[in-house]
Design a protein around this ligand. Structure first.
Ligand SMILES: NC(=O)c1ccc[n+]([C@@H]2O[C@H](COP(=O)([O-])OP(=O)(O)OC[C@H]3O[C@@H](n4cnc5c(N)ncnc54)[C@H](O)[C@@H]3O)[C@@H](O)[C@H]2O)c1
Length: 354
């Protein structure tokens, strides 16, 4: 694995360092600061955090329902009570939920804290840790409230992923698959990717995922153009994630979203049947791991999912937005998904996952 990656941002460049073990935590602990740590991570890696006094630690419950403005304000109050000042170093440790809550607080408290982030899930390491987005849910609207505020430093250690359950590992892998698919343009690329996903070292895939994302976020940090394509699989994925009450984790919902989008593209004749078959049968379906998910019919309720897609924040008009694979432009954001196409995509997805 390479040593580091530097990302250009409106707040200046920031560095993601790749660490072979957890010794980097010792250096971080030497500086006074306040830590916000995922409660489960704290319990599993307690010996690494024991030397931080309880006055300097806040524990975060990494539950999707905690990603709210109320939780963020609660955390602000706790930090102020623990004497967090404008110049206090703020270190957060956890997966994407911890990142979203603590990143929002880091951007808002004193109009910006000096924030270091240690991602502990594969998803956060391979995808969310870079790109500046902090996101909170508003009622049933996913990630509707947020800011752009990258950490000053990121430390990535693959060591953390050893204690993740398989569902979380495959969820991270889902975002890795998405990022690599965004680069594949033809059957030859899809075939090379299928081989790589089966055989390459996950730490190489992780590094390359961040490299792919880096290109998009440096060109369009504020999500005004090309970066929107990183939401491939997310329009339907977010709807399914909510409909399953978050029992389908984010990255796996995104995989389902990419299958759905590919089915719609096939119906619109934007991709060939051969490409669809290879992409869906060799890459996407095997990445879904439905056997781990206790899937229920109610998760796939047509009206419910359609209504949820109508709430997607990428919508700019009356139509429903979706990012579709396309043989010429590769990926295409459209705003006119019809109810008929939606139903067809959903039925195709259900058949493929059955
Ligand atoms: N801000 C962004 O750019 C961005 C991008 C993608 C996803 N997200 C958000 O990320 C969230 C999903 O995050 P996630 O998938 O990283 O996981 P998570 O934060 O939901 O954590 C998943 C579970 O793993 C546990 N955990 C975390 N690290 C662990 C470790 N090393 N060992 C054992 N258990 C551990 C957590 O306590 C939790 O129970 C979603 O809310 C999604 O919207 C944000």
């Amino acid at each position: 694995m390479k040593n580091s990656l530097t990302i250009q941002s409106y707040r200046g460049p920031y560095k993601a360092s790749f660490e072979n073990d957890l010794r980097f935590l010792d250096a971080l602990k030497e500086k006074p600061g306040i830590w916000a740590i995922d409660r489960n991570v704290f319990n599993v890696y307690r010996q690494h955090f024991d030397s931080i006094g309880s006055d300097s630690i806040v524990l975060i419950d990494a539950k999707e329902e905690e990603k709210t403005v109320d939780s963020a304000m609660r955390l602000c109050r706790e930090l102020v009570t623990k004497s967090c000042k404008r110049n206090t170093d703020f270190v957060s440790v956890g997966g994407g939920i911890t990142q979203d809550i603590t990143g929002f607080v880091a951007s808002a408290l004193y109009r910006g804290l000096n924030w270091t982030y240690v991602p502990t899930t594969l998803l956060a390491q391979a995808d969310s840790c870079i790109g500046s987005k902090t996101s909170l849910n508003l009622d049933s609207y996913k990630n509707l409230v947020g800011t752009f505020y990258p950490p000053k430093r990121i430390f990535i250690s693959y060591e953390f992923t050893k204690t993740l359950n398989p569902k979380e590992i495959f969820s991270g892998f889902g975002e890795i698959v998405k990022l690599h698919l965004m680069q594949a343009k033809n059957l030859g690329d899809f075939s090379a990717l299928a081989h790589r996903l089966k055989n390459d070292d996950p730490s190489n895939l992780l590094y390359d995922s961040l490299l792919i994302k880096k290109e998009y976020i440096e060109e369009d940090e504020f999500d005004e153009g090309r970066r929107k394509l990183l939401n491939y699989g997310h329009c339907f994925g977010h709807a399914l994630e909510s409909a399953s009450e978050f029992t389908i984790p984010h990255g796996l919902a995104v995989v389902a979203g990419m299958i759905f989008a590919s089915a719609v593209s096939l119906k619109r004749q934007l991709i060939d049947g051969e490409v669809f078959d290879f992409m869906v049968k060799q890459i996407l379906s095997p990445s879904f791991h439905g056997e781990l998910l206790n899937l229920q019919n109610k998760f796939f309720d047509t009206d419910n999912l359609w209504q949820a897609m109508r709430k997607d924040k990428k919508r700019t008009g009356e139509g429903v937005a979706i990012i579709l694979p396309h043989r010429d432009s590769h990926l295409l954001l459209v705003q006119d998904l019809s109810r008929e196409e939606f139903t067809w995509g959903l039925e195709t997805l259900k058949k493929l996952l059955a």
